[in-house]
Design a protein. Structure first.
Length: 208
């Protein structure tokens, strides 16, 4: 009886932890856990070890704040990427989405969020200082604003434009094939790829 009770507690604890992940409720978590316990011990251990390594060993790129195993991510470390063109995105998910289009040959800068006074997020909460340092170094010619076309995204675009405009750069924004209110990570690859290729000057993007 005690053994059954302990087993139930272990199962319930695993379900509780898994259901904390976004988009996973208790029913889905229970189904996944019951599937896992049917798998060979070595596969369960491999999954557990992978998650532990993710927590202990994952790093953030010293240049763009993308995730990496080393000091610099695979994009920043790639000598064939055009370091003079920087695509500013909200999150790592957006880097993955744009990379999947295979249309962008520059580098990225991950802000880590968007300016949103309603949510208590201001400029000091984002990685803005590091993009300004990169611009000051003189290696950047173009800034692409690739933030989601939402009120928060546009607010962040304008703030960055005002802050960086004094450095005599070319500013562009994704072509508005992406509807207002959409998020970059959920945009299909064809639309996103065309939006990058057909990007427009930031100064004229909203005057049409």
């Amino acid at each position: 009886m005690d053994e059954n009770c302990n087993t139930s507690l272990i199962l319930d604890n695993a379900v509780n932890e898994l259901s904390k992940l976004p988009g996973i409720g208790r029913k889905t978590a229970t189904r996944l856990i019951l599937h896992l316990i049917k798998q060979p011990q070595n596969e369960i251990s491999a999954l557990g070890n992978a998650v532990i390594r993710l927590s202990n060993e994952i790093k953030y790129c010293k240049s763009c704040h993308n995730i990496t195993d080393n000091d610099f991510c695979h994009v920043c470390a790639n000598p064939s990427r055009d370091k003079s063109v920087v695509c500013i995105v909200e999150s790592i998910k957006d880097v993955i989405a744009i990379e999947n289009t295979r249309q962008f040959k520059g580098i990225y800068h991950v802000l880590g969020g968007l300016i949103s006074p309603m949510d208590g997020v201001g400029p000091n909460d984002l990685f803005i200082e590091t993009i300004e340092k990169k611009v000051i170094s003189g290696s950047v010619n173009e800034i692409i604003f690739a933030l989601s076309p939402t009120m928060e995204g546009d607010t962040t675009n304008y703030y960055l434009f005002k802050k960086l405009n004094k450095y005599n750069l070319n500013f562009s924004i994704l072509a508005r094939g992406i509807s207002f209110g959409d998020e970059i990570e959920y945009t299909d690859e064809i639309t996103l790829g065309r939006s990058i290729i057909n990007r427009t000057p930031f100064e004229t993007a909203f005057s049409r």
